[in-house]
Design a binder for this molecule. Structure first.
Ligand code: XMP
Length: 509
């Protein structure tokens, strides 16, 4: 993989967004914590310094060593980076006496500067800082100002070093992406060649080289990440990839059979293992959500380990890890975060002692989907809603029985099919049904009934961290509710969840 742009992270909440914006320009970039940068910078063509929650004047603030970078590679310093450069190079940074947070507009733009080419006076920018640069460093040239922030952008004369006080990566900075493009493409001349097709070519070659004739085992979940990882590995090593798809008995209706079928059609060397009974036995009588999760995790490891043992000479465990997980584990917050529990090998199942290969570890979720599309994976599979690992177990409140699973599978299938049939599925980020541990009174024909209540949940979100309930049309809810009560024996009432996250969560358990 080519290393084009290095983003040094000083702990800003927006660092991942910088990477997203750079990738949108088809430029490959990597985030490293400022205190643990790569040793070899020879393959990087530009460096971006992120913002930070610290003030440069604080004693414990990040003090990066930029001697290997400044003046040697084009550098863009954002917010904290801009202040850091000023503070330690003869400029002056002081607490600001007005609030410099939120939207502002550029009131001055220096003419004929490549960095701000195409940006008009009045352009909206997003500020988020409490210190301000009172005086530029010695060779600083002011490039832009707002009414309140005189030194909103500057460069250092005689070198390709640029600094901006505002955040180009934030959506509210209208020309932010253009400024990044000016810096990366026009000034640093970074090639825009990071496309899904190029990624596939590069990673397949890399996997071939790395894995040679070794055998690799991978757990498929039916989700996007493990599927795309499997197809890439299959392209690289073919039948030496052994996929295992476990039915925990808590999947959606018919999902195990239909997804297994799809996997086989895709040419994957996959074994379907129906371990429903093992999971349901382990879950019998368990009603605490965390105990359910633990039991499912434990049984999954047992089942996977049993299957992996049936294979001989396996050297690698493949995982569908994606970039946000990687960034999280190398965060500035400290080395403790880098120690993942499975690195603590004592007493672990054998398959966890295998070497790990993660073909998607440099990709964001939307990039995984684009790679999947390039690989010709069914768009329906790529567009599937997220589904939790513990599956329906955390949507059956209270204890779990095969009957409850079956009721919920029927309800869920009617809801999801209904969303698809009415063109609503792709407008929803995640949807599902929840079986409540209460009975309510109803009347069907002349009969009094006393049956289960189900809740329907449909949310919009981008990453699951926050979410809002979707305003599904009443007509649709009415139809689905009628269908559920008429068709699913044991259910006589349907409610719709209208809670946002926070304060609620997406799942009920
Ligand atoms: P919450 O309920 O925390 O869910 O708002 C956020 C997202 O995470 C999924 N989720 C899980 N996924 N194992 C998983 O693999 C779990 O134990 C789990 N709990 C919640 C949930 O479906 C939603 O997408």
């Amino acid at each position: 993989m080519q290393h084009n742009v290095l983003i040094l992270d000083f702990g800003s909440q927006y660092t991942q967004l910088i990477a997203r914006r750079v990738r949108e320009l088809n430029i490959f970039c990597e985030i490293f914590p400022y205190n643990n940068p790569p040793q070899d910078l020879s393959s990087y063509k530009a460096v971006i310094l992120s913002g930070s929650p610290f003030s440069v004047r604080a004693e414990d603030a990040p003090h990066p060593d930029l001697s290997g970078i400044r003046g040697k590679l084009p550098m863009l310093a954002v917010c904290y980076g801009a202040q850091y450069l000023a503070h330690f190079n003869g400029g002056e940074v002081a607490p600001s006496n007005i609030r410099e947070y939120g939207r502002a507009n550029l009131s001055y733009i220096k003419e004929e500067e490549l960095f701000l080419q195409g940006v008009q006076t009045g352009s909206q920018v997003w500020m988020s800082h409490s210190d301000t640069i009172k005086q530029l460093p010695e060779n600083g040239v002011r490039l832009a100002s707002t009414n309140d922030v005189e030194n909103a952008a500057y460069r250092l004369d005689g070198e390709d070093t640029y600094a901006i006080q505002f955040h180009p990566e934030v959506y509210h900075s209208t020309d932010g992406k253009l400024i990044l493009e000016n810096f990366l493409v026009k000034i640093a001349e970074v090639p825009q060649n990071f496309t899904a097709a190029n990624f596939v070519d590069d990673i397949v070659a890399e996997l071939k080289e790395k894995l040679k004739d070794d055998k690799v085992v991978l757990g498929l979940s039916g989700g996007v990440d493990s599927t795309v990882a499997a197809v890439l590995l299959n392209k690289a090593i073919g039948k030496n990839l052994y996929c295992i798809f476990v039915n925990n008995g808590l999947l959606r209706k018919n999902e195990f059979e239909s997804v297994l079928h799809q996997y086989k059609d895709m040419g994957l060397n996959v074994k379907g293992v129906d371990a429903s009974d093992r999971f349901l036995t382990a879950l019998a009588g368990v009603d605490d959500p965390e105990k359910k999760r633990k039991a499912i995790g434990r049984v999954f490891i047992e089942v996977f380990d049993d299957e992996a043992h049936k294979l001989t000479d396996v050297k690698w465990l493949a995982q569908g890890t994606i970039y946000p997980d990687v960034i999280e584990s190398i965060s500035v917050k400290g080395p403790s975060a880098t120690i993942k529990s499975h690195h603590n090998v004592g007493g672990l199942p054998d398959f966890m002692k295998l070497q790990v290969v993660e073909p998607l570890r440099m990709l964001f979720k939307d990039e995984v989907r684009r790679v999947g599309a390039t690989l010709g994976i069914d768009p329906e599979l790529l567009g599937r809603h997220p589904f939790p690992g513990p599956g329906l177990a955390i949507r059956i409140l209270g204890d779990i029985t095969p009957e409850k699973v079956s009721i919920l599978q029927e309800v869920d299938a009617i809801f999801i099919e209904g969303l698809k049939a009415n063109g609503l599925y792709d407008k929803v980020w995640q949807a599902g049904a929840i079986l409540l541990p209460v009975n309510s009174v109803g009347v069907m024909g002349d009969e009094r009934t006393y049956e289960k209540v189900v809740a329907l949940r449909a949310v919009e979100s981008t990453d699951g961290m926050t979410a809002d309930w979707v305003h599904l049309p009443y007509e649709f809810l009415m139809k689905v509710s009628n269908q559920i009560i008429n068709k699913v024996k044991g259910v006589n009432r349907v409610v719709y969840d209208i809670s946002s996250k926070p304060p609620a969560t997406i799942e009920w358990e």
